[in-house]
Design a protein around this ligand. Structure first.
Ligand SMILES: [Zn+2]
Length: 173
């Protein structure tokens, strides 16, 4: 929640500006309208030899739960670049993005998730300040009860239902 204008330091009010139909934060001093919009999360499902790389979160929210590498898209990067960067920051794994796996709206927290499929360049990965454990999982061993976010669980389920192993066999979720 914003209280002050970051342009002039004036006090913000919440009101529906003329010609608009939503409540906005409007500066009482310079009259600037501070629009707020959803944020883009970028990430990927990293694959190495039919296994999936997951990270155990070392940060809140959902500390101690498993997730795929993902985070906020930064300015001046593409979504695929952001997914590669987040993957390295959280798992030290270098990946090549292969295709967009899914887009997920999470309107109640103002986020849009874009999750890619990615092939790891090699078997190297490791813990980071953001991940207390990083590990490769067979489809059968994914810790479903300890997945951090619904959206990640859904994305993994969809991958295992729709995806094919490199040898052409279904994962058989
Ligand atoms: Zn202002």
């Amino acid at each position: 929640m914003m209280n002050f204008c970051n342009l002039c330091g004036g006090t913000l009010s919440t009101l529906v500006p003329e010609g608009d139909n939503r409540i906005r934060h409007v500066c009482g001093q310079c009259e600037h309208i501070h629009y707020q919009n959803p944020r883009v999360i970028v990430g990927c499902i990293p694959i190495w030899q039919n296994k999936i790389l997951l990270c155990k979160r070392n940060i809140e929210p959902r500390l101690g739960y498993w997730t795929v590498p993902a985070g906020f898209l930064e300015l001046e990067e593409t979504m695929a670049e952001g997914a590669q960067r987040e993957t390295y920051e959280e798992s030290l794994a270098r990946v090549n993005i292969t295709y967009l796996h899914g887009l997920y709206d999470i309107p109640h927290i103002g986020q849009v998730y874009s999750l890619y499929m990615a092939e790891m360049e090699n078997a190297e990965f490791g813990i980071t300040p953001e991940s207390s454990e990083v590990a490769l999982f067979d489809a059968a061993d994914i810790p479903w009860e300890d997945i951090a976010f619904k959206v990640v669980k859904l994305a993994l389920e969809q991958y295992l239902q729709e995806g094919r192993r490199k040898d052409g066999q279904p994962f058989g979720l």
